[in-house]
Design a protein around this ligand. Structure first.
Ligand code: ARG
Length: 469
């Protein structure tokens, strides 16, 4: 039986259903659909549209359908086009004519938008929790790295020594922006579309403002056509997850490099490494590589969905059903990725000795000598050129810059000493820079921010009306 048999008869071709059905993937909206339907039913009673006895019957029947769905005792039928249809069908089986009242003053258009917003709120809250957990891992690693230093790179060439903590926290700050973006996205997701009907509201007195508050939404739609066709919250979530995915990808790439034999800066814990089916010696960083690889898929979801939205006339069009799979997949991939990467980063062994050796090589402290000359009154461009000539000389003679400076009559022990990488990170004074004092301040600020994020996430998760099954 279709929902529209009064108008079209019941002769829907199988190929139509096979193509248009969303049940195989929108099943995960079931807990939200049951929840929002119960609120809707209470709203109908509140408006005097159904009796209190009907309200009680419908709420009890919805609870029963919910229990059947949660325990997987629910039997789907061939004609169940989507989760909303399946739930209404079962409700009517249980409650007869009373069940047939549930869809009063409601369309699947406002219903699906409501369900998806409830789902998105719940999942984005979980994701933001996981991002904060990764922020914490980076905080711990930065704390325990102390004053250890490593080469900082530009163009993947050693550029200047920086504290290991500085490098790790650079990834942490990127995640902090992801957290802020997810909170921001949650704000616009928290607007209820229930009561918008198919597109223009209803002649029956349901109260969208009331149901919005009941469901813990912070706002309610202003325009019913916008309410049923607005999927900005999906696009924004996909963007927030794509950019988060890009950040995880960059962190992943760093770990791939660090754990390579060529760098030798870190070793993965065996629990987070994979072997090779043929090469016995291999220990691969597949989690880090997939963090890199899956970013492509997340970007694809965003680009694909924006293309779906582009050019859609108001209000609801079936194209909008295409909002679900990219969102669901982005949510799944992000949650799995965050958990695995947090474990990977928390457990990898960082070889600060190898990092220090690499930082002491290749004249990565050349700019310190140039800046020392500046402090002696030499214009920077001339200092740069003089030190540059020394670097060229060192490279030509196969010696280190420090050796060349040590042998140069124009310089003394003081200059030779400041080319030491450890001295370099202690001399660095700029706020926000990679030197010892600045990083101590930065770490303090970062810890405050993570603490604030933690508190905010806790409040958010507690405010969820329905958390899914
Ligand atoms: N399964 C549909 C979706 O996901 C539900 C809304 C159907 N509305 C309609 N007018 N056909 O968007």
């Amino acid at each position: 039986m279709t929902l529209w048999q009064g108008r079209l008869g019941d002769g829907t071709d199988d190929s139509l259903l096979a193509y248009t059905a969303s049940l195989p993937f929108d099943m995960r909206l079931a807990p939200y659909d049951v929840y929002a339907s119960k609120v809707h039913v209470r709203g109908l009673a509140r408006g005097g549209i159904i009796s209190q006895a009907d309200e009680a019957t419908l709420v009890a029947a919805l609870d029963r359908v919910g229990a059947e769905l949660a325990s997987q005792a629910f039997t789907f039928e061939d004609g169940d086009e989507d989760v909303h249809t399946a739930i209404e069908r079962r409700l009517t089986e249980i409650a007869g004519d009373t069940g047939a009242k549930v869809h009063t003053a409601r369309s699947r258009n406002d219903q699906v938008a409501t369900d998806l917003r409830l789902y998105a709120r719940s999942e984005l809250c979980r994701i933001v929790e996981l991002v904060v957990a990764l922020e914490e891992v980076l905080e711990d690693r930065a704390l325990s790295a102390g004053d250890a230093y490593m080469p900082g790179y530009t163009h993947l060439q050693r550029a200047q020594p920086v504290l290991v903590a500085h490098h790790l926290l650079a990834h942490g700050w990127a995640l902090s922006r992801d957290v802020a973006r997810l909170f921001d996205c949650l704000e616009r997701t928290g607007v209820s579309p229930l009561g918008a009907g198919a597109l223009g509201g209803s002649s029956l007195p349901v109260d969208p403002g009331w149901s919005a508050v009941e469901m813990g939404f912070s706002g309610v739609f202003e325009n019913s056509m916008d309410a049923v066709s607005d999927r900005d919250f999906v696009a924004e979530a996909l963007f927030a997850l794509a950019l988060l995915g890009v950040h995880l990808s960059r962190l992943g790439e760093e770990i791939v490099l660090w754990t390579s034999g060529e760098f030798g800066f870190a070793t993965l814990d065996d629990r987070y490494a994979t072997g090779s089916s043929m090469l016995p010696q291999k220990k691969n960083a597949d989690v880090a590589e997939l963090a890199r690889g899956k970013a492509g898929r997340l970007i694809g979801h965003l680009a694909g969905f924006l293309a779906t939205l582009k050019g859609l006339p108001l209000a609801y069009n079936r194209d909008l059903q295409e909002d679900k799979e990219p969102l669901f997949d982005a949510v799944d991939q992000t949650k799995r990725g965050l958990r695995a990467i947090a474990g990977l980063v928390a457990t990898m062994e960082i070889d600060v000795e190898a990092m220090a050796v690499a930082a002491s090589d290749s004249g990565a402290t050349a700019v310190d000598l140039a800046e020392w000359l500046v402090s002696r009154g030499v214009p920077f461009r001339r200092a740069h050129s003089e030190v540059g000539s020394l670097v060229r000389k060192a490279a030509g003679e196969g010696r280190s810059l420090q050796e060349v400076v040590g042998a140069d009559a124009g310089f003394g022990q003081e200059e030779e000493a400041l080319l030491d990488a450890g001295a370099s990170v202690r001399r660095r004074v700029t706020a926000g820079g990679g030197g010892v004092d600045a990083v101590a301040v930065q770490l303090g600020r970062y810890r405050e921010l993570v603490e604030a994020d933690r508190v905010r996430v806790g409040e958010l998760v507690c405010s969820l009306p329905v958390k899914g099954w």
